[in-house]
Write a protein that binds this ligand. Sequence first.
Ligand SMILES: Cc1cc2nc3c(=O)[nH]c(=O)nc-3n(C[C@H](O)[C@H](O)[C@H](O)COP(=O)(O)OP(=O)(O)OC[C@H]3O[C@@H](n4cnc5c(N)ncnc54)[C@H](O)[C@@H]3O)c2cc1C
Length: 349
Amino acid sequence: MDQANILIIGGGVVGCAIARAVSGRWQDVFLVEQFPKLGMATSTRNSGVNHSGIYYPKNSLKARHCVEGNRLTYEFCKKHNVPFRHCGKLVVAADAHEVEELAALKKRGEDNGVEGLRLIGADEIRKREPHIKGVAALDVPSTGIVSAEELVHAYGRVATNQGANIVTRAQVISLEPSGETIRVGLRIGDEEDAQEETIEAKCVINAAGLYADEIAALLGNHSWRIYPVRGEYCEVRGPRSSLINNLVYLLPHADGLSLGVHFTKTLWGTFLLGPTASYVEGNGRQRNRGLRDHARSRGAAGDSPCRHGVAGAHGCAIRRGACFNARRGNTWVGLFDDDSQEFLFSGAQ
Ligand SMILES: Cc1cc2nc3c(=O)[nH]c(=O)nc-3n(C[C@H](O)[C@H](O)[C@H](O)COP(=O)(O)OP(=O)(O)OC[C@H]3O[C@@H](n4cnc5c(N)ncnc54)[C@H](O)[C@@H]3O)c2cc1C
């Protein structure tokens, strides 16, 4: 039976970043991932935004870690050749009613230690994003875009170089306390020829993402339950991809469900519109957690494929021709007007 000092369950961005950190200090680190490659779940099905930390409550762990993590992520990307663009983002107020909310967001960001926040007016919005119309915007200079997939693989690569053992196609099926250790039961290999093995670990880290509640339950902790949220994006390609230069957000959903539909200029020159957010309930929950649903599918807008993932809160609708519509709560926003060639953010239905 293999012996591990530390065994990490899950090869998403969290598990791989932990593997990189702990393998720099300890030997016999294992990371086990059920899928054939690292980062095949939520960690590579997202907007790839290096967030600033403006949204979280003051003094929360999320606020502290996000502000520090923003800086550390850029440093890591530079050092390990992970593509990124430190471009900043705009959070746009669609009308005068939203300006107060924008100011409150700025205050919260400053309380969290986010640097360089500025409120700008319609003219400066125009200069930065000629096709965006809003009455004011919060300029967040520390936000940027990273290649989410390459980030995961770079963490995995560094961990391996430091001696970590990364095992893919290895699903944790049981956890059994045994004295000072935990016996981790694994199903290794493809379904047809899978074999069962056990690793004895002094420390087990649960980084199983959407399945973290099931992993906790294997050790008898039923106090956590994940409520997955499904979202969809549309990727806008071709001549219209030049309508957006960087990152443009609306104010977040008041119910806290998500940051709302936003525009993300990708590192490959297209832009993403999305994601939407809808809870996945009942039997669909299990199915929607799976790899199958992470495949790309064609969207309604001809040359604009939609992609979807599960875990955050997201989605989008895109229509051929005159307008792109994206929804914030029950209100349609981001209406693209073909005549004026601008996103109106009008809040109109
Ligand atoms: C639509 C969307 C957009 C987002 N946009 C951003 C963004 O722009 N910026 C940002 O910072 N965050 C964003 N997020 C959040 C971010 O993607 C997640 O917080 C992050 O990916 C979580 O990483 P993870 O490693 O915890 O989970 P995952 O990526 O889900 O990794 C968990 C891994 O554990 C494995 N696993 C599970 N159970 C087992 C088992 N029993 N045995 C072995 N392996 C197992 C899974 O296969 C999976 O690979 C977004 C999320 C969504 C849904």
